[in-house]
Design a protein around this ligand. Structure first.
Ligand code: MOS
Length: 742
């Protein structure tokens, strides 16, 4: 029986975080550290004609003003700038040349002895531009949107629109109940608490150590070595802690280029930290115009599902995900088709943001399903049950596991869904209209190749190392839990090392794939440690494990013991002492089990209650139940926190969040967290998280990952509840009071 897996283990890095001992990218200090401040373009498209840095350079304490004119050499091929998760296209190159591709683009870096001096001097830099006409309004580009190109690599292939099935147009035309509507999700920004920052430290040997806020240290390390033509061993990238990434840190951010560029130009350690306003140029959830058409039978089964999406990207890269595929996946429906298009705007490239594509697409799907339920005069939960699919619909594959039915059942019971009165505006609490809405959530359960090193020392302590990141999700903690259980040691004896590019290989932490990948990686490597201990144990005189095979022994209670016979056991320290071994080290790569015959997804059922002030239209989300099926839950405490965070973000998506661009200037107008609204404590009421049992055998620990499933469907459940409360269907997010009252 595991001691730690499945428990509510507190974060092993909790004390370090609350005491400030945990250091973030902008907190690593060295003597002589210089500070860079970015000068941002004030036009949206065109060229830099002239940069007048004289006034800035004369400020006492200014060391240099770097521009595309005087920077050190950088690579000149797109390939060099293409990181592990880059979309196809021509990646942005900071301070590369005179072209301006988006408002806020860095055009100069002022480096000074202090950040205050750098910031002040940056305000003195004058830039002349040759301006060209730009477009930042998706609605002005929708007619020019082009279908997403065929994938050029296996990573992109994950996001190709699925193949259509049946005859969806004919089935739609013939369906007795038809729903066809357009839904809109605006540009949203991640707004993590920690600002993007990079501290590039020049060692005495000239080698660089870069403390960078990133979700992938090895991705950034490779990228920097390509961009600056450095030997891989001459640059290390560290990201021990991260104050929130949510996808914005999957790709190298431009400040890391600027910090390294300045460090190389000046042969001095340099830090560059973005301002909150500059955070709005890092990447964003693309705005999406979606059309969903559903043809249904009176009995609540589906005949046709059609989903078209137009997604925002930049002029230079084709970022997209599985925008349209989610709708044809979830419900039994013989006829389906999809059209995914990209609209190019003069903005930075859009990027992954928690449950990329699903958060937006499943909002549209689940809002549309609610409208179908209304048209059918059917309870929305009942509709989902009538078209429930036990098989994945795109390829008609079985699932490795799918406990969505249990999510519906347990979520509805916890919420009290059976007491819902179906008519809109039929439930009240004093002067408030009360609405109950629900939706389904779905996300991927992915696993990626990963390498884990474990070093067991003779005092019964172990160090577990992998170059993955903990983006705040709790990776340190689950790694310690799994290692403690697999090595049979107390969790206090486990040290976890991550966020260092020199450690064994890990892809970026994203897609909710690290928990499953690194945990099963630990299982593999701990198995190799166990085997080595068994080999040594069998050399001991009168060894009680003399004839035991590897599969017959396990590590538990700091002993190697025969499974089912705790009497046949030898303490780990005794084995190592007898063999005169002070350290056993193993490093193993774990690949995902090849299981292409089955589909792997997580699911959720979300039930939401809103109260709407009838006089002024203010919406409060008073209760949410999110029942999640995500395989084996490693840590009920951190897992619950992930889902709570997803629900809070879903409330933001439903009611608050929208990046507003002044299209005349092409600039974000609300580039701060005062005017970019996110939920605050007063917006958050009762949230209940349920994990339903979902045994899954597609990896040894049955883990699916759950960093992203928590947000998917939440915005739809809330928008559906607003409809139920008010009788008003709002199809463009966020559902703000002006739309409720319009
Ligand atoms: Mo996540 S959007 O893959 O960090």
């Amino acid at each position: 029986m595991p001691t730690y897996i499945g428990t509510a283990t507190s974060r092993v890095d909790g004390v370090a975080k609350v005491t400030g001992a945990a250091k973030y990218a902008a907190e690593f200090n060295v003597p002589g550290l210089a500070h860079g401040s970015i000068v941002s373009a004030t036009i949206t498209k065109g060229r830099v004609l002239r940069i007048d840095a004289d006034a800035a350079a004369q400020v006492k304490g200014v060391i240099a003003v770097l521009t595309h004119k005087n920077r050190p050499p950088m690579a000149d091929s797109d390939e060099a700038y293409r990181d592990d998760v880059a979309p196809s296209g021509s990646p942005f190159r900071p301070l590369y040349d005179d072209r301006i591709l988006f408002n806020g683009q860095p055009v100069a870096l002022v480096v000074a002895e202090t950040s205050d001096i750098a910031n002040f001097a940056a305000s003195l830099v004058r830039v002349d531009y040759q301006e060209e006409a730009h477009v930042t309004d998706l609605y002005r580009r929708r007619d020019d949107a082009a279908p997403v190109a065929a994938p050029t690599n296996p990573f992109e292939a994950l996001f190709a629109p699925p193949k259509p099935r049946g005859a969806p147009d004919q089935a739609f035309a013939a369906a007795p109940v038809r729903h066809d509507a357009e839904y809109y999700v605006p540009i949203e920004h991640h707004n993590p608490m920690e600002l993007y920052a990079s501290t590039a430290i020049v060692g005495p040997d000239g080698k660089l150590t870069v403390y960078d806020k990133t979700q992938g240290v090895q991705n950034v390390q490779k990228y920097l070595s390509h961009v600056f033509n450095m030997k891989p061993e001459d640059v290390s990238v560290m990201s021990p802690f991260m104050g929130g990434g949510f996808g914005s840190g999957l790709r190298p951010s431009f400040q890391v280029v600027l910090a390294v560029l300045a460090a190389r130009a000046l042969r001095r350690s340099v830090r560059v930290m973005l301002t909150r306003a500059q955070m709005y140029e890092v990447g964003y959830r693309p705005a999406m115009i979606q059309r969903i058409a559903i043809g249904a039978n009176a009995g609540g089964t589906l005949e046709s599902m059609m989903h078209d999406a137009i997604t925002v990207t930049s002029q230079y890269e084709d970022f997209h995900r599985q925008e349209t595929g989610w709708s044809g996946l979830l419900y039994t429906c013989a006829n389906a088709k999809y059209e995914a298009k990209l609209a190019r705007l003069d903005l930075p490239t859009s990027c992954d943001m928690r449950a990329p594509s699903a958060a937006s697409a499943v909002y549209a799907l689940e809002a549309a399903m609610d409208e179908v339920a209304v048209a059918l005069k059917l309870d929305p939960l009942e509709l989902r049950l009538r078209c429930y699919s036990d098989r994945e619909q795109h390829d008609n594959r079985p699932y490795s596991s799918k406990a969505l039915r249990d999510c519906y059942r347990q979520g509805a019971a916890a919420f009290g869904w059976d007491k819902r009165s179906p008519e809109p505006r039929s439930m009240r609490d004093g002067s408030d209209l009360v609405g109950w809405g629900m939706a389904t959530g779905v996300w991927e359960a992915l696993q990626v190749p990963i390498t884990v090193r474990i070093a067991l020392s003779a005092d019964g302590r172990a160090e577990v190392a992998c170059a993955t990141s903990d983006i705040g999700t709790g990776t340190y903690t689950i790694m310690a839990q799994v290692a403690a259980d697999m090595l049979g040691l107390p969790i206090e004896n486990i040290t976890v090392k991550l966020g260092d590019s020199r450690l064994p290989q890990s892809p970026v932490e994203g897609g909710s794939w690290i928990a499953a990948s690194v945990s099963n990686g630990i299982v593999t490597t701990a198995g190799a440690i166990r085997d080595e201990l068994l080999r040594l144990a069998q050399q001991m005189p009168n060894s009680p494990l003399a004839n035991a095979a590897s599969a017959e022994v396990a590590l538990a209670d700091a002993k190697l013991m025969a499974k089912g016979d705790a009497a046949r056991a030898i303490p780990i320290v005794d084995i190592m002492r007898h063999a005169s071994v002070v350290r056993i080290e193993q490093e193993k790569t774990t690949n995902p089990v090849q299981d292409n015959g089955r589909a792997h997804n997580t699911h959720a059922a979300i039930f939401a209650e809103v109260k709407v002030d009838e006089q002024i239209g203010v919406v409060r989300v008073t209760r949410v139940v999110n029942a999640v099926a995500a395989g084996r839950i490693l840590n009920t405490k951190t897992a619950t926190s992930q889902i709570l965070g997803g629900v809070v973000w879903g409330i933001g998506m439903a009611l608050h969040e929208e990046t507003l661009i002044d299209h005349k200037f092409g600039r974000v107008m609300n580039a701060n967290i005062a005017e970019y609204h996110v939920p605050v404590h007063a917006d958050i009421h009762d949230i209940k998280v349920i994990f339903v049992d979902e045994p899954d055998d597609s990896n040894p620990l049955g883990i699916k990952g759950l960093g992203e499933i928590g947000i998917v469907g939440v915005a739809a459940a809330i928008a559906n509840a607003v409809y139920h409360a008010t009788g008003k269907r709002i199809r463009d997010l966020p559902v703000t009071l002006d739309k409720v009252q319009a």
